[in-house]
Design a protein around this ligand. Structure first.
Ligand code: 5GP
Ligand code: ZN
Length: 114
């Protein structure tokens, strides 16, 4: 989708540090990391957020979770732990409207919302 930052990263129109890629999923370091490990995992297909999931495209959530598992192992944080976070919509703080999960690790995390 034109003028979507994450589509542009996927198309290599905007540079990023890619940490994982397969035919369905791309993952890259967040430009503004909140922890030593902060990876953004996206479907290559443009889906704005969870509200835009359908029976036809929802299988990519499994692909994203499989990617998260591989990335955590590759970056050496699988055993110590990590959080996978999705912000959906304005009240949740979503700023980029291309579905994504934050993989955050490398610090002992503090207060949990849930
Ligand atoms: P959200 O707030 O929508 O859940 O997360 C969007 C994330 O994308 C933020 O953590 C932000 O730092 C990251 N981000 C925004 N623009 C860019 C960019 O151009 N490159 C990279 N690597 N990350 C970005
Ligand atoms: Zn997009």
């Amino acid at each position: 989708m034109a003028d979507c930052i994450f589509c542009m990263i996927n198309e290599r129109k905007i540079p990023s540090t890619i940490v994982y890629e397969d035919d369905k999923v791309l993952a890259f370091n967040d430009i503004n990391p909140v922890a030593p490990v902060h990876v953004v995992i996206i479907p290559k297909e443009h889906i704005a957020n969870v509200n835009e999931l359908t029976q036809e495209n929802a299988a990519v959530l499994g692909d994203i979770h499989m990617a998260a598992k591989k990335i955590a192992a590759k970056l050496g944080v699988a055993d110590k732990g990590y959080r996978l976070i999705n912000n959906c919509g304005a009240d949740a703080g979503q700023t980029v409207f291309h579905l994504h999960y934050h993989l955050i690790a490398g610090i002992k995390m503090g207060a949990k919302i849930v």
